[in-house]
Ligand binder design. Structure first.
Ligand SMILES: Nc1ncnc2c1ncn2[C@@H]1O[C@H](COP(=O)(O)OP(=O)(O)OP(=O)(O)O)[C@@H](O)[C@H]1O
Ligand SMILES: [Mg+2]
Length: 284
């Protein structure tokens, strides 16, 4: 007996993924911490800002370690509790899983992180050919955001799929840079990427500002020249808070602790607390 054409063709009816995570009662702001250049303080800023927001401003904070180098977890290894799952699996799923389902807690009250995931390195391949791959993180934060006041995303030092996902998911972007000409060039690249992401994926993306980090007071002439260059180009985007160079930040990371555990009385601890206050105010 011959089957009718209709009976032999089995068409798949697309269905929206069902999320099992229940919504919380918060409306978290998402801040991507991104720069095209390496070593400008993205991870140090993610950690210190996140820790300050949780400790001093009563915020429930999640830091997403989106860099396959896993530096957030490495730098805070003494304080991150074992547990959680792989962020790359969440992002490779077609929207059923939420980031909240793989997070882990830390010894700092109200501070949570995503565990280290070197497999993020291969995510680009896993997502290749998928339409809307830049929106994977945004979708995986839809319910997660209702569980936090603040979600910080520590980005890798390039503008690839991972950073584009961060920008597509974010309310605002914070761009750290060292006070150097090359740093300034990297900021321009990131501002351009932000403009494109706003046009194609996330019309509401705003820039919180450009943060000068590792500012060495002994290089006053260079600092002034670079600051002038940045002020001419980006004006008020250059934040009034700056982070001075301070070995205590590197030492804290060597010990696997945040700066408020390692040296709470340091200048950097105070500066990052000021930054947290400013960021919380600007994120609204
Ligand atoms: N204000 C500072 N003073 C002194 N050292 C700093 C300061 N900020 C960061 N560092 C150190 O500089 C190095 C790079 O900082 P960090 O890892 O935060 O940069 P990054 O932009 O995240 O780098 P990557 O692009 O590799 O992810 C680290 O060893 C860190 O401890
Ligand atoms: Mg980093």
């Amino acid at each position: 007996m011959r089957m009718s054409l209709g009976a032999s063709l089995r068409l798949v009816k697309p269905e929206a993924p069902v999320k099992s995570l229940k919504p919380g009662n918060k409306s978290g702001k998402v801040l991507a911490i991104a720069a095209q250049k390496g070593g400008v303080g993205k991870t140090t800023t993610s950690l210190s800002l996140g820790s300050a927001a949780a400790r001093f401003f009563g915020k429930r904070v999640l830091i997403i370690d989106l860099d396959p180098q896993c530096h957030v977890n490495l730098a805070m290894r003494d304080q991150v509790h074992v547990g959680g799952g792989a962020l790359s699996d969440v992002l490779a799923e077609k929207g059923a899983l939420e980031v909240e389902e793989i997070t882990t807690s830390t010894s700092v009250d109200n501070l949570f992180v995503t565990p280290p995931d070197p497999q993020l390195m291969t995510l680009e391949d896993r997502l290749s050919g998928r339409i809307g791959k830049e929106m994977a993180l945004s979708k995986a934060l839809e319910v997660t955001r209702t569980h936090y006041d603040l979600i910080l995303i520590d980005c890798p030092p390039n503008i690839g799929t991972l950073t584009l996902n961060a920008l597509a998911a974010a309310d605002q972007v914070l761009i750290p840079t060292t006070p150097t000409a090359l740093g300034a060039a990297g900021v321009s690249g990131l501002i351009e990427a932000t403009r494109e992401v706003r046009e194609h994926y996330n019309p509401n993306l705003d820039t919180l500002g450009v943060l000068l980090t590792r500012v060495d007071g002994r290089n006053a002439r260079t600092n002034d020249a670079v600051y002038q260059l940045m002020d001419d180009s980006w004006g008020e985007l250059v934040l009034p808070v700056q982070i001075g160079v301070n070995d205590a930040l590197s030492q804290a990371q060597l010990m696997g602790q945040d700066i408020y555990t390692y040296q709470p009385s340091s200048r950097s601890a105070e500066q990052y607390k000021d930054l947290a206050e400013l960021a919380i105010e600007r994120l609204g």
